[in-house]
Design a protein around this ligand. Sequence first.
Ligand code: AMP
Ligand code: FE
Ligand code: FE
Ligand code: ZN
Length: 278
Amino acid sequence: MPAPYDLHSHTRLSDGILSPKDLVARAAAAGIRGLAVTDHDTLAGVPEALAAAEGKPVRVIPGIELSVTHAGREFHVLGFFLDPGSPSLAVLLERRRDDRISRVREILAKLKRLGIEIGYDDVAAMGDISGTLGRPHVARALVAHGHAGSLDEAFARWLGRGSPAYVPYPRLHAKDGIAAIHGAGGVASLAHPALDDGDGVLESFQSAGLDAVEAWHPSHGASQVARFLARAESLGLLASGGSDYHGTGEGEIALGDPGCPAEAFAALEARSRRPSPR
Ligand code: AMP
Ligand code: FE
Ligand code: FE
Ligand code: ZN
């Protein structure tokens, strides 16, 4: 049985495969009651997802997954219950979208110096430029042009941190990303916290305004889920959960597996209604 709520999913407006409409149809078919659409650095898929949920037994929660920098490292912060029309968030996201386009061009320039010629249009064709582009689109182009056998290999050989065509993000400090989520009426949760579980990471994100931690994620085994739930409780953070669904068909990832239990979802929603400033 999948969990009733899934608070982490991607569409083709970032690095997912499905259109927002198809994602929502799949969630409804899977029995999901609430789905947060959380594309990387864009809200572009939210209007179509909201429209697709009308008349269906699934509720769409406008969300996002923001790439932020903290202590010189990269983290992802999820935002839920956002006002999709927030002007302040729109300004920030427009800048991030341009930053991502410049970053793809820098990656392509590095690849060219390494003897690999891939055009910007080849990368853009792997996604939807009304949303955001990222390394996964470059990885798909590398595979399509025979420079890597798989997406994993493309990341390992060329695109991952420490690889020759790696380009870091222009900085968005964690505090500013979290403030942008709050400014749009949302709740902020640290995504897949096991990826970088260095000393004091959760504590410093909490000082930066974090509301919750993503305790349920496909990369977490049962003991990690228990550990993050315990740490959230001791810090006074809420817990979120989602499948990080990309619709790619790979692995065992299914909507709602894992997801977010109803009580945890209710606590997050209650927090979103807290009057600002918080
Ligand atoms: P970006 O936001 O452009 O830095 O790209 C990061 C995204 O790439 C992550 O959110 C994942 O969806 C994806 N990703 C990271 N590492 C890998 C990998 N080894 N294989 C496939 N996808 C990956
Ligand atoms: Fe992704
Ligand atoms: Fe992520
Ligand atoms: Zn994600």
